[in-house]
Write a protein that binds this ligand. Sequence first.
Ligand SMILES: Cc1ncc(COP(=O)(O)OP(=O)(O)O)c(N)n1
Ligand SMILES: Cc1nc(C(=O)O)sc1CCOP(=O)(O)O
Ligand SMILES: [Mg+2]
Length: 214
Amino acid sequence: MRMVDYALMFVTDDRITDDATFLSILEAALKGGVTIVQLREKQLDTAAFLTRAKACKSLCSLFGVPLIINDRLDIALAVEADGVHLGQKDMPVMEARKLLGAEKIIGLSVSNVQQAADANAMNIDYIGLSPIFSTNTKTRDLEPPLRIDGLKEIRKVSNKPIVCIGGVDKTNTTEIIRNGSQGIAVISAISKSRDPENESKALKNIICQVGTQR
Ligand SMILES: Cc1ncc(COP(=O)(O)OP(=O)(O)O)c(N)n1
Ligand SMILES: Cc1nc(C(=O)O)sc1CCOP(=O)(O)O
Ligand SMILES: [Mg+2]
């Protein structure tokens, strides 16, 4: 299992269909210090997804930042990405690990304490606690927000690094990290910012500050 910095995961915004805008926001996020990128495309066809994944991989490699692919193991394998993020109804972890090998990153979404406990025995690298707060970004298949109390419960039972997603921004990052999450995953906070580079820097500073207080 490789060492990965999960502090600030930038999840790309699949509503951006224009490649130039997509890449300029990604570049700004990388300049601002995001530590891992997840390419999440729910609307592109496979050919367009693959093209975007290749561009994304090249840019992330320039910054030495790992790239994982949401849902699509085939795309991850095709572009030699660093791993995948899987939901509870995506490809089962055992099959994904067989196809990806031991060194690749596998993240798994968990939305309750039971799923977190079950994940302890799985060959995964981190759990995505989803959602921590309410969000307008994802509208389908969204579980009730776990909030900080849910994070505390899951922290108690889980032996995996936790990355919280859903409605995360500068106002709630401190309490998320203070309560045992290794990192945050954000779409809007960076993608919708007027200045994605500075927003990424600001989020990273908050995470680092809490880290030094721990
Ligand atoms: C870090 C992180 N955590 C959870 C999710 C949600 O994944 P999933 O449940 O598969 O839902 P979709 O993102 O595929 O709609 C995530 N993407 N990242
Ligand atoms: C992709 C995703 N998955 C979620 C889950 O709870 O499974 S919430 C979410 C969207 C996160 O976007 P934002 O940072 O804009 O709230
Ligand atoms: Mg999924």
